[in-house]
Design a protein around this ligand. Structure first.
Ligand SMILES: [Zn+2]
Length: 232
């Protein structure tokens, strides 16, 4: 059983795959995700609430593609919807999360291996997608309740890996449905977490073989929020 999880880990992209990817930011603003019938968003991360409350911000191009993915999803079944629980994350929050996970794994790993193991749980800040505003954590809901994905969104257990063979057929079908609509809309998946997808960041650039990423990481204070007037 452990061997299967290890093999799944080997097939995932790791830090070395995309740390040298060039970023040419296209300067799209961060915009709030506005709820509609087939796309909802509510901040799940307690650590971002002090910055944005319940509102989830993403870059404009990510918001546009989320709309496309939601429109595709309802062609499969009209009363299911996409629900975003996380988007933009301040860089300082990312750093704090990564250091916490690293401390938890210090007994098992060291050096570069420790970074890689921690990175499978929380992206290392220098390559992380959430601080660019391009990455989202997302699930499918039916009447406001999450459908069966085998784990809850944000739950870190071995079956969090997208291709874990130990989740039910229904959970795997839901994972593949989510993956299909997100990829069709232009997102890159992350096989270490069934709920994580990104557009515009380094992971997306590597996965979709783009010459460069289009979203750089943004500090909260200097970020380009919509309607906030002057940019530094
Ligand atoms: Zn994520």
């Amino acid at each position: 059983m452990i061997e299967i999880y290890e093999n799944l880990e080997k097939s995932m992209l790791s830090i070395v795959d995309y740390k040298n990817i060039l970023v040419i930011d296209n300067e799209e603003p961060l915009v709030p995700i506005i709820d509609d019938n087939n796309l909802t968003a509510k901040q799940r991360g307690e650590d971002m609430k002090e910055y944005t409350g319940d509102v989830v911000y993403v870059r404009q191009g990510t918001a546009l593609r989320l709309g496309r993915a939601a429109d595709l999803l309802v062609t499969v079944e009209p009363d299911i919807a996409l629900n975003v629980t996380y988007g933009y994350r301040a860089l300082q929050v990312q750093t704090k999360r990564f250091e916490t996970v690293k401390r938890d794994l210090e007994m098992q790993f060291s050096g570069e291996e420790l970074d890689m193991a921690a990175h499978r749980r929380v992206a290392r800040p220098d390559v992380a997608g959430h601080p660019t505003g391009g990455a989202v954590d997302i699930q499918i809901t039916r009447q406001g309740e999450a459908v069966d994905f085998g784990t809850r969104i944000g739950e870190f257990v071995p079956d969090t890996y997208t291709f874990s063979p130990y989740v039910s057929m229904e959970a795997m079908r839901n994972r593949m449905l989510l993956r299909t609509v997100m990829m069709a809309a232009g997102f890159a998946p992350f096989d270490g977490e069934w709920w994580h997808f990104s557009y515009g960041d380094k992971e997306w650039a590597r996965y979709t073989k783009q010459p460069n990423a289009v979203y750089k990481q943004l500090n909260f204070g200097s970020s380009i929020f919509e309607n906030t007037g002057e940019q530094e």
